[in-house]
Write a protein that binds this ligand. Structure first.
Ligand SMILES: NC(=O)c1ccc[n+]([C@@H]2O[C@H](COP(=O)([O-])OP(=O)(O)OC[C@H]3O[C@@H](n4cnc5c(N)ncnc54)[C@H](O)[C@@H]3O)[C@@H](O)[C@H]2O)c1
Length: 307
């Protein structure tokens, strides 16, 4: 199958590209390299450097490449920055989706898979979040991701383009950008690898649901052939505090250190975890890598493979 993967030079989608290449698919990556890296792009895939906010470029690439599937991961992903710059966030995450879909409706496309957020979608509600809960995002990032989802549904209803939306919890694994704001496993690992003291935002009791990259890749592989339409939570239902993340990463590095604490960030939820029973039932997906094992793999990567 020919698959266009947007954001395929970034953390999550570069791993998805690896799997799609392994499965024997022809993969084209569209990425503006704003946070992605060329060295993350699988040698078997072809990289086109372009921006999803550029409607003319997106139209030209999609009509020329004629992919059977589009896997859309390119996005602005920083919650805090979306609070400061909501227009920039919407430009990437709403207009970007529209540019892709306007081009996709002109070709005989089989389906679109889109990365969305489970962590920033439901607002402050009792956990774990289910897909039946009302979407009440607390940040412009959550709002823009929800808008992208609604547009996908519109293009399904209007033009018959099937879609699968994967609402991730907090994804972690090798290649995650440690200079962003959300990947605390990567941030703490980078600091500890450099012999520095990590800073935890707030008192460290806020919790998140951490899902390992290999499990997220499995979800993208299953979505490729699934005929299920809709949005699916991809998480573990397990809540882990920032303090606990720090301890696990420090243990994996074999260091004993007391972290510093900084101010809480705006737009952040207190807690989040995802019920994944819908994905289990309809996609046959469930998480397989526990948090301690996942952290161990990340730290091994920091010690041996990271250049
Ligand atoms: N990391 C997480 O925990 C998490 C959780 C929920 C959802 N997601 C979603 O998963 C997707 C990938 O996130 P990630 O963590 O791998 O981030 P990332 O920053 O590593 O990857 C994003 C990729 O998209 C590219 N990109 C950004 N803006 C672009 C644009 N305008 N045009 C073309 N390319 C552009 C970047 O260069 C990068 O390669 C995003 O859609 C994000 O919203 C991530």
């Amino acid at each position: 199958m020919k698959i266009l993967v947007t954001g395929g030079a970034g953390f999550i989608a570069s791993h998805v590209v690896d799997r799609y290449c392994e499965l024997g698919h022809e993969v084209v990556v569209l990425d503006n390299l704003s946070t992605g890296k060329t060295e993350f792009v699988n040698k078997k895939a072809r990289l086109i450097t372009a921006d999803i906010t550029d409607a003319a470029a997106v139209t030209q690439i999609i009509s020329q490449e004629q992919p059977e599937v589009i896997n859309h991961h390119a996005a602005h992903i920083q919650v805090g920055n979306s609070v400061k710059h909501p227009q920039f966030d919407a430009e990437n995450n709403v207009i970007g989706v529209l540019n892709i879909m306007q081009a996709a409706k002109e070709i005989p496309i089989k389906k679109i898979i889109m990365a969305s957020t489970g962590g920033a979608m439901y607002g402050n509600k009792p956990t774990p979040f289910t897909e039946e809960m009302r979407e009440e995002p607390l940040s412009p990032y959550g709002v823009s991701k929800r808008s992208g989802e609604l547009y996908l549904n519109y293009y399904f209803e209007q033009y018959g383009i099937p879609y699968t939306i994967l609402r991730y919890s907090n994804v972690y694994g090798p290649r995650q950008n440690p200079h962003g704001e959300s990947g605390v496993v990567a941030i703490f690992s980078e600091m500890l690898a450099a012999g520095k003291t990590p800073i935890i935002n707030g008192d460290g009791t806020h919790t998140r649901d951490y899902v390992y990259i290999d499990d997220v890749v499995n979800a993208n592989a299953l979505a490729l052939t699934s005929t299920e339409i809709g949005a699916f939570n991809i998480g573990t239902t397990t809540e882990i505090s920032s303090n606990e993340v720090f301890q696990q990463v420090a243990n994996a590095f074999g260091v004993q250190i007391t972290p510093e604490h900084g101010p809480e960030r705006p737009g952040e939820q207190v807690t989040s975890s995802l019920d994944y029973s819908k994905a289990k039932e309809r996609l046959g997906w469930e998480p397989t890598v526990g948090f301690a094992e996942g952290v161990r793999r990340v730290v091994e990567w920091y010690k041996h493979d990271k250049k």
